[in-house]
Ligand binder design. Sequence first.
Ligand code: ZN
Length: 422
Amino acid sequence: MGEPLLIRASLLNPVGADHWVFYRDGGLLVHEGRILCMGPMSEFRQQKVSAMLELDSLLVPGFVDVHIHWVQHHVRGRFQSDLMEWLRNHIWPEEIEFDNELFARRHAQTFFHDTTRAGTTLGMAYSSPHVRALEIAASEAIGDWVLGNSIMEKAAPEPLCRASPDNADQVAPLLKKLGHEHYAVTPRFALNCSAELMRELGDLARRENALIQTHLSESLNEVREIREAFPEAQDYTDVYDRAGLLGPRSVLGHCIHLSPREHETLARRGAWIAHCPSSNEALDSGRMDLQAVRRHGIRYALASDVGAGPSHSMLHVMQRFLAQHRDAGVDVNAREALYHATLAGAECLGRDDRAGSFAPGKRADFVELPLPDRRGGPDHWFESLLAGEARDLEERPLRTWIGGSPVDLGQEEDGDDWPPLG
Ligand SMILES: [Zn+2]
C-alpha cells in the first residue's frame, strides 16, 4: 500500500486551449499511482505527510501522441520526398520486415524505450499489417497505448496486402484480445481499401464503439488519386463519411487540403484531427489550416507521425507547431501547444478521466523537465524548453513518471546521461 508521497516541484497544468495553471512552488500528492491533490506548496504545509520528495525541476503531465507509426521509428526522418513516393519507395518495403518476430520485438522495445525517454506516456500507434507484430508491440508497451494493425487490401506491395473479407474478420478477435481501450480499427488510408471494406470496418467500429484511426488529405497527389479511385464521393472526407468511419471516436491524421464542406463534415461528425506539424514540414505536405479548424470548432490533438515526422519528441512537435503557424501569421502560444500535446490527446483517446493533466484521481503520469532560467513567466519558461534540435529535445526530459514512479529505462547503449533513478 505505502504512504502518500508529496512531491515538491514547479508544476504546469494545462486546463484548456488557452489556459494553464502554474505553481512555481507546487505540491503534488500521489498515492498508489494516482494523484490525490495538487496545488501551491503553501496548501500542504498543514498536512501531515510522511514522505516528501523535493525536485529541482518543472513537472508537466505526460505527453500524448495520437498518431505515430511505431514500425517506422527506426527510419524516422530519413527520407524527404512526396508522400506517395515516400510510402511506395521507402516505407512499405521497411514494413514488410515486421513479418519477422525477432525484428518486430527488437524494434518494439526500442520504440517504447525512446518514446518513454522523451516523455510520452499515452499514445495511439499504427502497426504494420502483421497481427503478430501488433501483439508483440502490445506486450512490450510502456505506458498506455492504443494500437492498430494497418489494414490494406490493395495498392501496396503484395506481402502487406490481405484479401478481404480476411481484413474485417481479423478485427473483431483483435478488439477482443487487446480490449477496446487498446485497439483501434485502422484502415491505413482510403487508397489501400475498397469502399466495401471501409463500410464493413465502419459498421464494426460503430457497433463496438471502437476507436478508428486513418489518414485524411495529407498531400495533393494523394487527393488527386482519391478522386480517381472514388468518383462517386463528393470529396476525400466523403469517402470516409459514406463508409461510416467518421464520429467522435475517429482520429484523422493530417487534414491539410480540405474544403469548407469537408471541415463542416468533420465538425458535424465530431471527429478528431491528429495534427502533425513536424511531419507536414518534413514531407512538404502543406500547413493544416488552423484558423479554419478553430472556426469550425473541430477538435484536434498534436502528434509526431513518426516516421514521416523526424522525431518522436512531443517537445519537438510543439516547437514545430508554434513555428509553422507563426510563420503563417497565425497567433499561437505555448499554452495551446502544451494543451494539445497532453489533455487534448487524452480527450481524443477517451482518457481524460484518467490522463492528460494533474487532477485528483488521475494517474500520476508526468514528465520532469529541467528548470529553465527563472526570468519571465511560465510562457517564457515553457518556450525556452522547446528550443533546440530534435535530438536534444528527445533527451530533454530528466525522467518520465508513470503511475507515480520514475520509469527505469536501464542503461542506454550509447552511454547517454540518463540520471540514476531513486
Ligand atoms: Zn501517419
